[in-house]
Structures are given as C-alpha cells and as structure tokens.
Design a protein around this ligand. Structure first.
Ligand code: SAM
Length: 282
C-alpha cells in the first residue's frame, strides 16, 4: 500500500474511532492502531480494513461493532494496581457490618479480570464475618464497550498470565481447569451468582446510568487515558454521580495523575477518590 493510501486509511479509522467511542487521536496513535487492525483482520482471514471501513461508514452496525472491538485496548489482569485491593477490603468490612446491600461496578471491565477481583475481595471479607456473610447481599456489575471482551468475561476462564499478581490465598477461590500444558483457572458457580456483565458505552451522548446505581465502589481504571479531555471530564462527572455519598472510586495510577479530581470528587490517596459530599475517607 502506498504511503498516501495508508494515511487515508488511518484518517478514516480515526474518524470512525472518534464517532464510535470518543477516542482521542492523540491518545491512541492511530497509525499503530490502523496497522494493528489490518494485521488482526489478515490473521483472521476477514475482509480488509478498507472494506470494514466502507461498511462502517455506510452505517452497518455489525461493521461498527467489529471495528470498535478491534480498536479497543483490552489488557487487564487480576489484582492490577495491588495498592487498591486492601483499601477496597477495608471499605467492604464496613459495609458488611452495616448490614446494607453492597453494589460495585467495574466500569470498563475488559475480559472481567477487575470485576472478578472485586468479587474475590468480597468473598475474602465474607470469610472474616461468618455470622454476617450468609445474609450479605452483594453484587458486582461489569460493563464494557467491547462485546468480545464481555463474552470472555462471562466465560471466566483465565491463564496464569491473566491472574497477574493475584495472591495465592485469593487463587484458592478459583477452580483449576485446563491441562498441565495449558492450565486455566475458572470462576466457580457460587461467585458467578454475584457478578453480571453487560454492554455499556461510557462515552454515549445520551447517558443512562446503570440501573444498579448508586454504587459503594466503582473502578474506572485504565480507560480515561484513551479518551480526549472533554470526554474524560464528562465520563468522570457521570460516573461520580453514580457513587453513594460514602462511596469510593478507583482509577489507575496514570489516571490519578491526570488532575481529574474536581468539584465532584476529592482525592483520597492511591488513585482513589471519594465523592465531594463525603468529608472523610470511608
Ligand atoms: C485497558 S482496558 C482496562 C481494563 C480494566 N479496567 C483495568 O484497569 O485493567 C480498557 C477497557 O476500556 C474499554 N473501553 C474503551 N472505551 C470505552 C467506552 N467508551 N465505554 C466503555 N468501555 C470502554 C475497552 O474496551 C477496554 O476493555
């Protein structure tokens, strides 16, 4: 392909990307993305990027979904950002003792690693309060824009690499599966009852908060970095409004440095935020 042809392809991909999910040009290096998408399509033996763009530009919803799924960065692992989880556990200890239902949200859950880690922390906290645990109503919602990732989140079988730095004690709540050559860890049925996944575009123009809101804890982690500043601020405002007054929001280390704490949120350390309505750390 000529340099001019590639430039045009990149320009068209970037335009679709902005239209589909508010992704900023600067944030995602469109050249890298375009070549990644082209390579991925080639490997799958599917139509070329330009054919896919033709269909997406023509309004074909399936092509738009396929393009969006190809363009999102889905890296995640269990126990990512290890400093977050003891803070969450401390927060959940207060919630279980209060007897109130617990609602948590992984707002860009990728293949489910973050949502399942939240569920493992709730499971661990429940073991510390054996008399309260049987009556504790807790739920985790995982949402993402990428439907392929959501399918994987629901299947919930992970490689050793995907388990990341998950502590050995936490791993005991998962079921070993797969073979010696290709070991996998699966989420057991008891945990699955507490966790639900569905599609949600955080950048959608007509914002509809999840029906499960308000939440006690929200992870909005490693997703704002891919969006432009205006979209970052709009999403943060919408997501912050989904927190309970004593709720807690977790972002990533990178996003913690974006200076996004605002009138809606107050920084509470370790890339965690509390609502401005709450005077002190929960
Ligand atoms: C790098 S992963 C982060 C996963 C997890 N939160 C973590 O920190 O490990 C980014 C995820 O954000 C999702 N994403 C990107 N734009 C989105 C949007 N507008 N709405 C919802 N999810 C989005 C991607 O599909 C991807 O799964």
């Amino acid at each position: 392909m000529s340099a001019a042809g590639l430039d045009l392809l990149i320009e068209r991909t970037s335009a679709q990307l902005r239209q589909i999910s508010g992704v900023a040009d600067a944030g995602i290096k469109p050249g890298v993305v375009a070549s990644r998408v082209a390579a991925e399509l080639l490997a799958r033996g599917e139509p070329s990027l330009s054919q896919l763009l033709d269909s997406a530009e023509g309004g074909d919803a399936t092509a738009k979904t396929e393009l969006r799924n190809l363009l999102t960065v889905n890296y995640s692992c269990f126990w990512r950002e290890p400093e977050h989880w003891p803070i969450l556990a401390e927060h959940l200890c207060l919630r279980i003792q209060s007897g109130a239902p617990l609602r948590m949200w992984s707002a860009a859950c990728a293949r489910g690693e973050e949502a399942w880690t939240m569920a493992l922390v709730a499971t661990e906290v429940a073991t510390r309060f054996p008399t309260l645990a049987p009556h504790w109503d807790w739920q985790v919602l995982g949402t993402d824009i990428d439907t392929t990732s959501l399918d994987a989140a629901q299947i919930a079988r992970y490689t050793l690499e995907e388990l990341g730095p998950l502590p050995p004690r936490m791993r005991t709540h998962l079921l070993p599966s797969g073979s010696d050559a290709a070991p996998r860890w699966a989420v057991p049925a008891a945990l699955r009852d507490h966790v639900h996944f569905r599609h949600l575009d955080l950048a959608q123009a007509q914002w509809q908060p999840p029906a499960e809101a308000p939440f006690d804890a929200i992870f909005l982690s490693n997703v704002l970095i891919y969006l432009d500043r205006v979209t970052q601020e709009r999403i943060l405002r919408n997501v912050a409004a989904c927190l309970r007054p004593d709720g807690i929001l977790f972002t990533s280390r990178i996003e913690g440095n974006l200076g996004l704490a605002s009138t809606h949120l107050k920084a509470a350390g370790s890339c965690t935020y509390i609502t401005a309505r709450t005077a002190r750390r929960p």
